[in-house]
Design a binder for this molecule. Structure first.
Ligand SMILES: [Zn+2]
Length: 146
């Protein structure tokens, strides 16, 4: 699971990933090419940006909904995987391609992308807070048992 710092970094960098070409250029070391279905072209068309790490060379993240997928198989269909795991993604439900967007369309996409990011951040912060509360409660309870 992505941590808060990774999520923030990706959100900030992905404002340049509305265009297919920018996403496609991120697949420099993508392991699936010839004889595969999930090629860099199909990954980029489905909204994914390649976000590899040392231990996870096939991590891809949607620039819009920030869903992270890994463990790709050569025959996976990026668009159907995206639809299956994030059916309400604003990129998938958008009627216009980036090249057809007006400035107002782009503004609305960015506003919605910000909402998705803030919602994810709130969920992560609440999860950290819950863990902290549970740890503190555990410590206090153990002191009462003495
Ligand atoms: Zn998405």
């Amino acid at each position: 699971m992505t941590n808060i710092d990774v999520l923030s970094t990706r959100f900030a960098a992905f404002d340049k990933m509305h265009s297919y070409e920018s996403r496609e250029q991120s697949y420099v070391d993508w392991p699936f090419r010839e004889d595969c279905y999930c090629t860099p072209e199909k990954m980029a068309k489905a909204g994914f940006v390649h976000c590899p790490s040392e231990n996870e060379p096939d991590v891809a993240c949607c620039f819009f909904c920030l869903i992270e997928l890994e463990g790709w198989e050569p025959d996976d269909d990026p668009m159907s995987e995206h639809l299956k795991r994030s059916p309400n993604c604003g990129f998938l439900t958008s009627k216009k391609d980036f090249t057809e967007m007006t400035a107002a369309d782009f503004y609305h996409m960015e506003r919605d992308r910000l909402k998705v990011y803030l919602k994810k951040m709130c969920h992560k912060k609440m999860a950290y807070l819950r863990e902290d509360i549970d740890r503190t409660l555990g410590r206090l309870t153990s002191q009462l048992d003495i």
